[in-house]
Design a protein around this ligand. Structure first.
Ligand code: ATP
Length: 385
C-alpha cells in the first residue's frame, strides 16, 4: 500500500532499485523518548525474530541519539550525525520524541520529527486505519468493522509552515500564516491518486477525497484547484470533496465509506488522531512519512509520559509501522520477500488480537509491552504470509 516513486524529473531508478550484491538494508533507528524507546526495543526484537526465520534480506539496524531527553543531556535535539545517518540509510525507523518540561529557551518544544520531515522532504504522511477482529468496537454500527481507509497528510507546508515564524503584535494580536503551494499540493495529491490506483488493483474502491475548507479560505480553494488539476490526469480514479468539519462527522458516522483522503498539514494532524480513536486508541495507529528519496516509519502516538517506564505501552503501532517500512522497501527495491515479511508481521498481530492470545493493557487486558512482543513473535510461525 505504501508505494515508492521518484519525483518528476527525478531518478526513476530510485523507485525500483534492486539491491546491489545482496548487501544488508540499512535502517537508521531513532528510538527517541518515553515509550518510543520501549516500543522500539520491542520492534527490534520482532525484526530480529523475523529475520531468523530466513527468506528475507538482512536488515542492519543501528540506533542513533535524538529527542528531548538527548537535548536535555547534550544541548542537541537532532545531532548532525543522526540526521546524516538518516539521510544515508535505506529507511528510518522512529519511536517517539518529546517530553514535558523539556523546552528550548524560548519555551517551544524540541520536535525533531518535524525537522526530519523538512530535512528529508517527507511530504506525504500516510495514516492507514483498518479495523480487524480483536480490536475494540468503538462504534456500535456493525458496518464499522469494514472500515479500511488511508488519510494522507501534506507535511511540509500548510499551517505548520508558520512554525517558528508566528508573530505577536503589541501583546494584542497574534498571526500564524498558512502556506499552500502548487508544488506541495500537486505532489501529495499525485501520491494519493497513485495510492488509490494501487488499492484498486488490490480490489478496493478507486477513490480519492480532497479534504479542505475551500468555502472559507482562499488557500484552501487553491488546494482544491490544484487537487483537481492532478485528478484530471487520473480519470480512472473517482474524486470527491469534503469540508474538514463534515469529514470529522463522517469519520464517526460512516467511516466504512471512506477510501484514500488527502489534506493539508494541520487538518491531517487533527483528523489522524480522530481516526486512531476509531480503532481504540493510539497504540494501534501506524504511520509512514514518505518523500521521493526517503521514508520514515513511526507509530502515530507520542511518548506517553503517563505510562512511560511502566512496561505498559502497546507496541502494535510500532510493529505495524515496521510492516509499512518493509512494504515500502519491497516496492523500492523490487523485492517481494520484503512484502511477504511485512504481511507476516501484520498477520501475526491479527492472530494474537483476534484470538485474544494477548490483550494489550491499553484495551483493558493484562499484556504489557513484553507480553505483546513475545506473543506476536510466537505467532510468526502460525501466521506465515
Ligand atoms: P504527542 O503530542 O507527541 O502526540 P500526546 O501526549 O498528545 O503526544 P500520546 O503520547 O500519543 O499523546 O498519548 C496520548 C494517550 O494515549 C496517553 O494517555 C497515552 O498513555 C496513550 N498512548 C499513546 N500511545 C500508547 C501506546 N503505544 N500504548 C498504550 N497507550 C498509549
Amino acid at each position: 500500500m505504501v508505494q515508492s516513486h521518484p519525483r518528476e524529473g527525478g531518478d526513476p531508478s530510485l523507485a525500483g532499485r534492486p539491491r546491489e550484491g545482496g548487501g544488508p538494508i540499512t535502517i537508521a533507528v531513532l528510538p527517541g523518548d518515553g515509550i518510543g524507546r520501549e516500543v522500539m526495543d520491542a520492534c527490534l526484537e520482532l525484526l530480529e525474530a523475523l529475520q531468523a526465520k530466513g527468506g528475507m534480506p538482512r536488515l542492519e539496524c543501528t540506533k542513533y541519539d535524538a529527542g528531548a531527553q538527548h537535548y536535555a543531556k547534550s544541548g542537541e535535539a537532532l545531532p548532525a550525525a543522526t540526521l546524516d545517518a538518516a539521510r544515508k540509510a535505506d529507511a528510518v525507523l522512529f519511536g517517539a520524541m518529546g517530553w514535558p518540561d523539556i523546552r528550548y529557551p524560548d519555551g517551544t518544544e524540541p520536535i525533531p520529527q518535524l525537522d526530519l520531515r523538512m530535512a528529508l522532504d517527507l511530504y506525504a504522511g500516510v495514516r492507514p486505519i483498518r479495523w480487524f477482529p480483536g480490536l475494540p468496537k468503538v462504534l456500535s454500527d456493525p458496518r464499522a468493522e469494514k472500515m479500511d481507509f488511508v488519510l494522507i497528510r501534506e507535511q511540509t507546508e500548510g499551517l505548520f509552515y508558520a512554525r517558528g515564524k508566528g508573530k505577536v503584535e503589541n501583546d494584542a494580536e497574534a498571526y500564524d500564516t498558512m502556506q499552500i503551494t502548487r508544488r506541495g499540493t500537486s505532489r501529495v495529491s499525485e501520491f494519493a491518486f497513485r495510492m488509490a490506483a494501487q488499492r484498486a488493483a488490490e480490489g478496493r474502491p478507486a477513490k480519492v477525497t480532497c479534504i479542505d475548507k475551500s468555502n472559507v479560505f482562499t488557500s484552501m480553494a487553491f488546494f482544491r484547484k490544484v487537487f483537481d488539476d492532478v485528478a484530471a490526469k487520473h480519470p480512472l480514479v473517482e474524486k470527491n470533496y469534503a469540508y474538514v468539519d463534515a469529514m470529522a462527522l463522517d469519520m464517526v458516522r460512516k467511516p466504512w465509506t471512506l477510501g484514500v483522503m488527502v489534506t493539508e498539514n494541520m487538518f491531517g494532524d487533527i483528523l489522524s488522531d480522530l481516526a486512531a480513536g476509531l480503532i481504540g486508541g493510539m497504540g494501534m495507529a501506524s504511520s509512514a512519512d514518505i518523500g521521493d528519496d526517503h521514508g520514515l516509519f513511526q507509530p502515530a502516538h507520542g511518548t506517553a509520559p503517563d505510562i512511560a517506564g511502566q512496561g505498559k505501552a502497546n507496541p502494535s503501532a510500532m510493529f505495524l509501522s515496521a510492516g509499512l517500512m518493509l512494504e515500502w522497501l519491497a516496492h523500492r527495491h523490487d523485492d517481494p520477500r520484503l512484502l511477504a515479511a511485512a504481511r507476516r508481521i501484520e498477520k501475526a498481530l491479527e492472530h494474537v488480537l483476534a484470538n485474544k492470545i494477548a490483550v494489550p493493557t491499553e484495551y483493558g487486558g493484562a499484556a504489557g509491552t513484553a507480553a505483546m512482543t513475545s506473543a506476536v513473535i510466537a505467532a510468526l510461525d502460525v501466521a506465515p504470509a
